[in-house]
Design a protein around this ligand. Sequence first.
Ligand code: FES
Ligand SMILES: [Fe+2]
Length: 458
Amino acid sequence: MASFVHSNGDRSLSALIDLDRGLVGREIYVNEDIYRQELEQIFARAWLFIGHESQVPNPGDFVVSRMGEEEVILVRDRRDKRLHIFLNSCRHKGMKVCRYDDGNTLVFTCPFHGWSYDTDGRLVGVPYYDAAYHGELDKSKWGLHEVAQMCNYYGSIWATWDPKAPSFEDYVGAYAPSIRHCFQSTDGADNGVELFNPVVKWRIPTNWKFPGFSFAGDAAHAAMTHRSVNVAAIGPQGAMEGGSRSPMRTPFPSRSYSVGDHDLGHGGQNTIYDQTGAPSHTDTWQTIPEVDEYYRKTAEEKQKRYAGKHLPAGGHGGGHFCIFPNVIIDHWRILPWHPHGVGMTESWRLYPVDRNAPKVVKDAQRHYVMRYCGPTGLTESDDMENWNYCFPASKGTIAQRLPYNFEMGLGHGETDDQMPGLTLNYRISEEPARARFRRWMEFMEAGSWDDIFPVRKK
Ligand code: FES
Ligand SMILES: [Fe+2]
């Protein structure tokens, strides 16, 4: 296949992706029209990750997040304490009603003409209401625009603009237990974490799918891309175990796979446990014994909680995964990739930590994620270097004629009863990425949710 533009001039999206052969047209990463269609067909429809309830513990607390290119405000109502998610755009002339990343407020007062909105979104204050509007403006019709559906899933907050989207649990399917597990503290208690504040945010000059579709889907890059970091031994345990970047893990009967949900588009690197229960802790934090002491105790608690039960395949050493379309979930880092133009991605990092951990543990964990992740972290800056060069090198007239190769492991998928409905492949394969592209295509061509859920209705 020399080009994805067929000889008859067909430029339909199905001409751009051939998953039976593992070929993906570069145009879907660099074409402005396709990008605009993604915002409409995917980001205005899918369930998206917003944040965590620990970011807004008190009445009136708010934090700004994003859905696609647009900013939203997650706020806790100052009266009934319920959570709301509103578009950060004044109903009068569109000014941002909130220009802070987070805080606490009685009302959101627009800086332009002064319309004020309560924390439940109602328009409560309009300057010159009597004199200039003659008391005729129907304030009840001009509240902040709210998402169609919101879900608080064990502390993690998700939302969709589409009232026809299926429930969050139906949307995430087989990955529901893995998400729940990621938001458990290390002792296995549900919703046992809080996030480090503030959220780390920065922009990288690449299309959102480079990170979004390759993170937790491209295990092959690590040995090459991160070679220097492995030598530098930035893991908590220093140079032990060859300087592995991950905390050390107790051996436990298990198998690691790359996994794709070809129905729903989720997937990543996941572990299937062959034994019930949970592993014990292996001393990792060589210079800070209190941290090992804490994690040793929480591991014992977790062993009791999971006695007779299999650990879910994700989080806490069991792997990380993408929830379609644009967030990677693990128990120690959450990675949303927000589209910000066809060639710009706003990359966010949110770091959960055990809510009840002592300060010494939280500090150690925070220092570890800072040297690993984000714009100054050693590991992830390696990744950005690749994605940032892939984008311009794919954009040229000639470059765009050539498809990307996603055939690693094609046709070698298998199944396992512990992850029903999912396709498992050797731990290094492009199975997760192929699943994301399959769902991407379905979203892009769907007229509404009726066409894509229940899946494969056709
Ligand atoms: S734009 Fe907000 S009050 Fe006018
Ligand atoms: Fe990487």
